[in-house]
Write a protein that binds this ligand. Sequence first.
Ligand SMILES: Nc1ncnc2c1ncn2[C@@H]1O[C@H](COP(=O)(O)OP(=O)(O)OP(=O)(O)O)[C@@H](O)[C@H]1O
Ligand SMILES: [Mg+2]
Length: 473
Amino acid sequence: MTLCRTLRARLALQYAGVLALLLCLFSAGVYFGLRTVLGRNLDASLWSIAESEVASASDAPDGAVHFHEVSPNPLRAGGVARLDKLVQLRTFPQGRLVGKSRTLGASELPLSAQARARLARGEVVFETVRTPASPPIRMISLPISVQGEVRYVMQVGASLAPLQTTLRRLLGVLLVLDASALGLTALAGSFLARRALRPIGQLVRTLERIEGQSLHRRLAVVTPHDELGRLTTVLNRMLDRLERSFRSQQRFIADASHELRAPLASVQLALELALRRPRTAQEYRQAVQSALEDVAHLSRLVEDLLTLSRADSGKLEIARRPVPLASLLQQVVAAFAQRAKEKQLEVAVAVPEVVVAGEPALLFRLFANLLDNALRYTPAPGQITLTGAADADVVRVTVRDTGIGIPAEHLPRIFERFYRVESERTRETGGSGLGLAICQEIVRAHGGTLTVTSTVGQGSAFTVSLPLYNRLV
Ligand SMILES: Nc1ncnc2c1ncn2[C@@H]1O[C@H](COP(=O)(O)OP(=O)(O)OP(=O)(O)O)[C@@H](O)[C@H]1O
Ligand SMILES: [Mg+2]
């Protein structure tokens, strides 16, 4: 829930942040744009007033200089303030005052040195005059030429106060609008984000309730095609995989304990029987002998379990050394020669002298397991052949026997851990059903494949393909 809330707040904040930036840019554009337009309009009005004042300044019958007077206090009508113009006429270049409007009262509009220089060149000068007491005044100085020389300067000014008031009001309106838009967006963003994230909260709650005992539970896929639906489907698939691996781990542990229990019970029984009453040396030797066989079986089993658990954690060490295949197989066959002879089985090897890449000890174990099975499940008289064929990349070795074969329905499962075709039959022969699972892991770790074909009553063929050393180095 905390995550949801944080994500929601983050989304809403990001929306509001982007909007705030846009609003700032927009408002700044409106404010400065309007300020420029209003300033220009004021200048244009001042210019036209100045020109009309020039035209009418001396049209009085007595010839005296006069201006269009307005009352000093600005008039207002319907919220519109009249432009309170200040007019004065000076001689140039002396700057002597010829006349001024009543709106100026005792004060007068200044004539700066800079303005004088420009007026002398016949230029119209706009200035903003700042006085500490009243608001700034925008002022135009218009040169009046007589016979080609600037003789007079008409100065017209107007207070900037109305313009500043307008801009201040605009700023206020923009601020209020921006703040409300921001607030509303943050609220709406938070609301929408909450609605969008609500299904995630439900997912989290369901996932929290799933544990070892309820791994079969799945998440409800409400909208299969959107992002959330896809997330739910992926999570469900992950749960499938977790459940499968959890169940197989459970089965593995149960099977392993079961397999370990039988030889342990057997050792215990042999030793208890031996101790029940005084025995002859011969009897003690037999008891120890039997216990030793069980212990050997146990240690083989533990060794197999260790190999599989290393394979599971990806720690099966593959050195990728060059291994001459034919001589390796000769060694494997030699190790089983005595057993083959006892069982009256013929073992023949016909493998090309190729070099495969891998770990010799593991490859030895792979073929030993296959040969062990062939010997174990082939009754006398029978034949076991190890044949090989290599192409440019891989070599395929087939271990074929003329034994009892494997029924088709069992074939897909014989590589599973602890799987035996007939558990009763194999219990007598001592197999625990791990041999082929280990073969499979070894082949996989070497980047090869292991396949089987079999016909009941005729025999089986296990084919291992392994990458050649030359191809990998
Ligand atoms: N060559 C074969 N002929 C007939 N059946 C076979 C052959 N190889 C394997 N099987 C069947 O497949 C089962 C699994 O073989 P696997 O080697 O994994 O186990 P195991 O031989 O029973 O025990 P382990 O090898 O762990 O001592 C065997 O129990 C057996 O039923
Ligand atoms: Mg086996």
